[in-house]
Design a protein around this ligand. Sequence first.
Ligand code: PMP
Length: 414
Amino acid sequence: MVPESVRDDFPILSRTVHGKRLVYLDSAATSQKPRRVIDALVRYYTTYNANVHRGIYEMAEEATRRYEESRATLAAFIGARRPEELVFTRSTTEAINLVAYAWGRATIRSGDEIILTEMEHHSNLVPWQLLAAEKGAKLRFIPFDGQGQLQLDVYERLLSPRTKLVALAHQSNVLGTINPVKEIAARAHAAGAKVLVDGAQSAPHMPVNVADLGADFFAFSGHKMCGPTGAGAIWARYEILDAMPPFHGGGEMIMLVQLETSTYKEPPHKFEAGTPNIGDCIVWGEAADYLQGIGMGAIREHEKRLTAYALHALGDVPGLAVFGPRDVEDRGGVVAFTLEGVHPHDVAQVLDQEGIAVRAGHHCTQPLHRRLGVAATTRASMYLYNTESDIDALVRGLHVVRKLFSPRPAPAQR
Ligand code: PMP
């Protein structure tokens, strides 16, 4: 169980906004950070800041050791067999771009097909559009139904010997849907395709095991799992990374450089050119330790309970429509909705006046919103530090919104 005292670990949660208690319901955009993570970042800069993999002095060795320990922690966090399978990037976005450029450019040919879904975040869509345009490849899309679930019968028909990659979100950042990745990956592999899983919204919220999922690539970000911004990773099986050409060229990724040619280090260093984001990558490991101390299973259960509570409570708000699966077994704690007659930005602005932080817009999923037939939604997203009282505050806030935007009675005729 996640204890309520967990909130005390997050200094920001004691601040007020417009004179009200902060109710933070935007963890799908970025999570808050526990004091332990903030302190670890200060400790890095105040006691052992040095470049990694270069210096032979004590401090540089400590920075290198902690950077590599963090890699091992994060690799274990997602069930990787070896630390070398985890490449640090700046974000999920950069992780997916790394695969599109390094693996995709070497692998995808004219006429090949890449299967995505209609619920992808732009960061798992635009890199493939760029690759497909360059290579003359074709993108195909698995649609979702009225419950926000992928239509697997259509997927079955899209798969063919031309399919080289299936890339999809593990959990949708709008519908909350947890996709059946294991089943999708098994079918992809049977067709001879690789599978990339966008884990930006799953790794922070549930136990993840890349081997069990059957993923070939798994991308995730530190900032959505209580870690710092600017640190992300791509995991891939070692043989795949080993066979891939580099992404960025520069210092530290090379073995021998001559004027005309170079040879490269082994993974993961082949993909980490230049000075990495040392402090943030180290501290991300601290965040993973923190989450594991609480238990990813306990966090998932906490969010399931809270999501059920939210779906029930929001159901009582007149004119409110929630998107995504109704069953909390099929979804995470991301709840996107519309409120009849009120623009999502207005909803968010009024909620802000009540101290409630939610996101409004298309959440980097324009095609998904087009599919839903709405230009934008308001999104409340939860994490381990949210409680029922946050949901109660949201519902109270939505009643304030309704009151403000309810049509005024016409003035009496004289
Ligand atoms: N994929 C999904 C499903 C996301 O929710 C996000 C973040 N909103 C991303 C990718 C991109 O993550 P980042 O901004 O950390 O690169």
